[in-house]
Design a protein around this ligand. Structure first.
Ligand code: FAD
Length: 294
């Protein structure tokens, strides 16, 4: 099922993100976690893609399992920054053959070595080039793109970031998923600005439940997200107690999602990663809301 059809259902729903196994030995545990999450009946599940090879070889395998064995609509991620045109063409063919209908088209992060290089001759410099290539290949995918309520760390300012985002949507993105954020006002402000800029596709907010104190530093480094004082206080108070921090982090994410639903968002993407217990608790907290017609 194409995700654009999922988003049109008008029901409140959650989707979950998983990452594929990094090694052969972790395949079974990742598969088991994925199956547990699929049982929660999410609107869809996304499978991340390791930019430099690594986890990328399992992305398609996991996406196929979720779609064909678990019966859950799937979004397979694909990055392009370290790929050749031929590799990307092959990945597109592989996804078509596997019956994948939804692709998240990403650039991928630049490594510190890449930052200093002359990028003018690279096959792919930005996600928009991948989106154009997918469209030109004739593959009938529903394409998603990434967006950043707090601007992408490489962008000079939000105006420029939104201008490039519009280019990405015009190239063929049918929906956007946001980077994680911890203050919903940043999302509402961003939505207002992109709608003003003429971006009308569905925007799926991404919420990450922070369930241990170590995750906080990693999450900020990865996303550059602003941590509201309310969240900082929670980490200060409960960070040293793993069980308490987990409960508080799940409650914080639940609260964020309820506010998003109350303000007109219908699908929230939860970065619970390969933690079925976290995904389950958030889903249970929202059990009477999910499936409500809006
Ligand atoms: P782009 O859209 O290319 O944007 C990157 C930067 O370039 C921005 O500053 C943008 O403003 C600028 N830009 C865009 N177009 C142009 C242009 N034409 N000219 C000049 N500047 C331009 N990474 C992974 O490795 N694997 C994953 O599975 C993965 N999943 C993700 C899912 C989501 C929802 C998000 C938000 C991020 C994900 N990432 C993933 C991280 C992502 O790869 C990085 O954030 C990366 O740095 C940017 O990717 P992008 O597709 O947004 O790039």
């Amino acid at each position: 099922m194409k995700l654009t059809d999922v988003f049109q259902s008008g029901k409140l729903s959650l989707s979950f993100e998983v990452f594929p196994p990094k090694t052969d030995s972790s395949f079974d545990s990742v598969r088991a976690a994925t199956e547990e999450i699929a049982k929660l009946q999410p609107s869809f599940m996304s499978v991340t893609y390791g930019a430099g090879g690594g986890t990328s070889r399992y992305t398609l395998e996991m996406a196929k399992k979720i779609k064909h064995e678990c019966g859950v609509p799937t979004l397979a991620h694909l990055t392009c920054v370290s790929s050749t045109k031929e590799t990307v063409r092959q990945r597109i063919r592989d996804m078509q053959e596997a019956g994948i209908e939804n692709v998240m088209a990403l650039r991928g992060d630049l490594t510190p070595e890449m930052m200093g290089q002359d990028r003018s001759q690279w096959p792919y410099r930005h996600a928009v080039e991948l989106i154009r290539d997918i469209r030109e290949s004739g593959a009938d995918f529903c394409i998603g793109g990434a967006c950043y309520p707090e601007i992408h760390p490489e962008s000079a300012n939000q105006k420029e970031d939104i201008r490039y985002l519009k280019e990405k949507v015009d190239a063929g993105c049918s929906f956007l998923t946001t980077q994680m954020f911890f203050d919903n006002h940043l999302l509402y402000n961003f939505l207002y600005k992109i709608r003003e800029a003429g971006i009308t596709v569905p925007v799926i907010p991404g919420v990450m439940p922070i369930t241990n104190a170590n995750q906080v530093e990693r999450a900020i480094k990865l996303s550059g997200s602003f941590m509201p004082q309310r969240f900082k206080s929670l980490v200060d108070k409960f960070g040293s107690s793993p069980a308490a921090m987990k409960q508080a982090g799940i409650a914080y994410a639940t609260d964020q999602i309820i506010d998003l639903f109350a303000n007109g968002i219908t699908n929230v993407h939860v970065y619970s990663m390969n933690k079925p217990d976290v995904a389950q608790k958030i889903r249970d907290n929202l059990s009477d809301l999910l499936g409500l017609d809006v």
